[in-house]
Design a protein around this ligand. Structure first.
Ligand code: BES
Ligand code: MN
Ligand code: ZN
Length: 496
């Protein structure tokens, strides 16, 4: 999707389609009223006929309206001003896409000032519309042999704003395009099957991202490097796999070397069978999505680089498969993590935390300003919160609150679960410093408790994205979350 900015008057527009909003009780927006005048009351007569009453998301496409140069008008219902909220606004934007999907209109012009949305300014409305549209055009058909369908429908949207708002609009579009590009990358990586998207494929993708980019650098550690670093916990997960594990370090340097980086650590389990604690067969294919944390890290770095933000960011991705095998780690095995702490692996399916703990210890080397790990870590996160927000836990109030605020700002919601000390007792082991599981209760919290033992030296937050990184069922596929949240957080950390 392409976006542009226009300043013409609504009655003089010439393009393929003008989008005119209609409020509750057939109330035309102020731009709508001007257009109505230019076509001598044609719009009001149509609204009187009852074909369109202004309910949110309702649409009516009018070809060749007499007296107007534009080829079409699209009337879109927006409901009462007081009913307009983020969800209804998204509905309105999606309604525009579906109304034009089977029309001949490739481009349209839209007046964001016509929609009043409490607490959201013009830049927000433009950014959110551009992001929604960018996402709605996503397709994944690289592995279908048939000729790709020519995409129909909307390809270009112009935002018509006052001349004085052009700069604001431009930067909103830039942000949306960068975040969209990052989300598309994350979705592609998530959707790729595990026989294609291996740890080596993730490493190759990181190298491709950095190629030719002055501010990016990649370093990929192999298993021998990890052994030297004493990453016994990470290596215990890859032990049963024929695909070699990789620890991918992708750095973006947009600020002076002395500026402490934001570190993003993403779980990159390219397939999670559960290992010797084998998962049941139903829907096991979805465990190809177990690298969506890693994908969101690469996607966010892509967005940050596209925006050329003046900040330092380091992405760290422990990437491995989790497979059963003669060499695989067995329940009861005890390993020593890079931190020196020993872990009794009571369940080989709790592997995410085992790779993250060593990656988090490694992250400390970068003297990070803050560390955020992102992981499809626990099914319990879906039990606790469903598929609406990601779960957030951490060791620093300010960081958690910043993240919650950023999530609200970009509509990529997160919800905090308590990381209280009382839960730590569940990780007790009779034979090692800790066990890797904490029993049935509060699974998302005990997973975070485990990680908290490796993140004491810095400000840290953990995002459990098990419920939000992909959709199941008919719309099965990666969502690209939480690239918007992470990019918004990095935007918020740029020093003015
Ligand atoms: N990748 C899974 C978590 C997961 C499961 C995400 C289902 C999304 C949907 C993770 O590695 C895992 O298997 N976690 C176990 C932990 C348990 C053994 C303590 C889980 O959630 O069952
Ligand atoms: Mn698992
Ligand atoms: Zn997993």
């Amino acid at each position: 999707m392409e976006f542009s900015i226009k300043h013409n008057t609504p009655e003089s527009a010439r393009g393929a389609c003008q989008v005119i909003t209609v409020g509750q009780a057939r109330k035309l927006s102020s731009n709508g009223q001007r257009v109505d005048k230019a076509c001598k009351g044609f719009l009001s007569s149509i609204l009187k006929s009852g074909d369109m009453d202004g309910r949110p998301g309702q649409t009516l496409l009018l070809p060749s309206v007499p007296g107007l140069a534009t080829q079409r008008l699209l009337l879109v219902g927006c409901g009462k001003d007081s009913d307009m909220n983020e969800r209804n606004y998204t509905r309105v934007i999606n309604a525009i896409v579906s109304a034009l999907a089977n029309s001949g209109a490739r481009d349209a012009e839209f007046y964001p000032d016509d929609i009043k949305l409490k607490g959201r300014d013009l830049a927000w409305k433009i950014r959110h519309a551009a992001l929604t549209l960018g996402n709605s055009g996503y397709q994944f058909n690289q592995l279908k042999s048939g000729k790709a369908e020519r995409p129909r429908g909307l390809r270009k949207l112009a935002f018509n704003v006052a001349r004085g708002d052009a700069e604001k609009a431009r930067s909103a579009i830039e942000q949306a395009s960068a975040i969209s590009a990052g989300m598309s990358l994350a979705r592609d990586l998530g959707n790729l099957p595990a026989n294609v998207c291996t740890p080596s494929h993730l490493a190759k993708t990181a190298r491709q991202l950095a190629r030719g980019e002055k501010r990016m650098r990649v370093n990929v550690l192999d298993e021998a490097d990890m052994k030297r670093l004493k990453m016994g916990s990470l290596l215990s997960v890859s032990a049963g796999s024929r695909q070699p594990a990789k620890l991918i370090v992708l750095e973006y340097r947009g600020a002076a070397a002395k500026e402490q980086p934001v570190a993003l650590v993403g779980k990159g389990v390219t397939f999670d069978t559960g290992g010797i604690s084998l998962k049941p067969g139903a829907a096991m294919d979805e465990m190809k999505f177990d690298m969506c944390g890693a994908a969101s890290v690469l996607g966010t770095l892509k967005a940050v680089n596209q925006l050329q933000l003046p900040i330092n960011v380091v992405g760290i991705v422990p990437a491995t498969e989790n497979m059963p095998d003669g060499q695989a780690t067995k329940p009861g095995d005890i390993v020593t993590s890079m931190s020196g702490q020993t872990i009794e692996i009571l369940n080989t399916d709790a592997e995410g935390r085992l790779i993250l703990c060593d990656a988090l210890t490694y992250a400390g080397k970068f003297k990070p300003a803050s560390v955020i790990d992102i992981a499809t870590l626990t099914g319990a996160a879906i039990v606790a919160l469903g598929k609406v927000p990601s779960a957030v836990l951490g060791n620093n109030r300010g960081l958690i609150e910043d993240l919650i605020r950023c999530g609200r700002q970009i509509e990529d919601k997160i919800w905090e679960l308590p990381l209280w000390d009382e839960y730590q007792d569940q990780l007790k082991s009779n034979f090692a410093d800790m066990a890797n599981i904490g029993g049935r209760d509060a699974g998302t919290i005990t997973a975070a408790c485990f990680l908290s033992r490796f993140t004491k030296d810095y400000k840290w937050a953990h995002l459990d994205i098990a419920g939000t990184a992909w959709k199941s069922g008919e719309d099965k596929g990666a969502t690209g979350r939480p690239v918007p949240l992470l990019t918004q957080y990095i935007l918020s950390q740029v020093k003015q």
